[in-house]
Design a binder for this molecule. Sequence first.
Ligand code: ADP
Ligand code: ADP
Length: 229
Amino acid sequence: MAYIEVVKETRTFQNGEQTTVANRDISFEVAQGAVVTILGPSGAGKSTLLNILGGMDSPTSGQVLIDGADVSQMTARQLTTYRRQDVGFVFQFYNLVPNLTARENVELASQITSDALDVDEVLELVGLTHRANNFPAQLSGGEQQRVAIARAVAKKPKLLLCDEPTGALDYQTGKQVLKVIQDAAKQTETTVIIVTHNSAIAQMGDQVIRINDAQVQSVEHNAHPVPLA
Ligand code: ADP
Ligand code: ADP
């Protein structure tokens, strides 16, 4: 069985008279440890899908199996536990605690789980050992995103969800950040989903899922993900 199995997942939003279908019959499978990119234009339904995978929202119909558990059937309480224990999040704007150092930001996340990774090890994994005692404001955008990645992988999530992780970075820095996500994922055997509207960034995935107008347009498997120039 695949690690992630999404079967005919549909999410509609009702606003008065108006019905918006944000996801329509979305189906795909992901192997454990894969780095998957979800590519599509604004309004295509990417965030809706990511929210559902992360347990922040539930589908209107369909199944969403993560490591055998159907998140579409979970109660609010089960979803909270799922989000805390099993999912790591990386956002476009880092979301670091400003008055804590890089190390303290990562430590905070490690406290959630008893079997968290060693903070120094994770900081080294993202290449930030020399910046451990700096505050977010003293770090570049790329460095702040590395802290956010370290924080997310420290609790050893089953799933690392990244929403436009390179959206606030220039192209070169974005590529480096993607590489850090890939390396961290491989070393910790974490399955990664990255939402992007940048097709060059998307080509760095082992698997590229194109979403357009609420539907899966194509699923491409990259035997040799493109190392960007
Ligand atoms: P993307 O992330 O690809 O930009 P979204 O998943 O945010 O796309 O949105 C897909 C569609 O669903 C859009 O038409 C959007 O307006 C609609 N949508 C998303 N969330 C809501 C909501 N909470 N209420 C109503 N419509 C929504
Ligand atoms: P808590 O009650 O401890 O805040 P939550 O269940 O709300 O925990 O969230 C658990 C994890 O999911 C946290 O790491 C949080 O950052 C993340 N999270 C949940 N919902 C959102 C959201 N809408 N946007 C960003 N992060 C979220």
